[in-house]
Design a protein around this ligand. Sequence first.
Ligand code: GTP
Length: 243
Amino acid sequence: GRQGCQIDFENVSFAYEGASGDPVLKNISFTCLPGETIGIIGSTGSGKSSLVSLIPRFYDTSAGTIRVDGVDIGKLDPAKLRDQIAIVPQKSILFSGTIEENLRWGNEHATLDEIIQAAKMAEAHGFITSFPEGYETMLGQRGVNLSGGQKQRLSIARALVRKPDVLILDDCTSALDTTTETNIKESLKSFASGVTCLLIAQRITSVMDADKIIVMDDGEIVGIGTHEMLMKSCRVYVEIFQS
Ligand code: GTP
């Protein structure tokens, strides 16, 4: 099992190459302690996906420093860094093949037991075993048609098979009902020795119980705190809550 990592952002700014105008992220600073769950919320285009994409160095910062367990990620081997961090993207990427093959993708050495354990945590084992062929069920053109929520659960399971230190869920629980979402979050809490989790969401209910919530607006952090704190102190958060 792995331990969650600490993540520190210190005055991070970021602009996409060749893009004109304001940077997409401006002066972002926060700390995520090992094993914590941080919720990230904010209107569309506020910079949430850009922010998390800097952690595995899909892009490099324009200014400022990001540290993982105290080490500047600019000095880390990107391949090693990406081995510790799993991002579940907004749109799940499943290919033609069996469910087992899809879940093993990115971690070819995983055993079927590990795959089943991950699927159980992602609330996917139930619907998988309801198919006559179970984990051998074909996906894709000649295979079964999955609902959006089922695809999201498979994507989350695939990320968990890798036993990452840092799990980033980029708005990939939007098609799940709140009960399923809550069950997955409960499983994550007991996952290994505690994964560090960043959870981008549209709905306040998805992030309400996070250790901290970051509120993004136009590339800036306009609030950090618990739900109760933000309801008292952050106008943007209250607006999202009421919308
Ligand atoms: P949603 O996913 O819609 O909720 O938005 P978000 O809060 O995740 O914002 P995101 O980080 O995706 O985008 C922030 C800004 O960066 C927006 O103005 C985007 O148009 C811009 N942006 C995102 N990706 C790219 C990219 O690959 N290239 C360029 N040039 N701009 C981008």
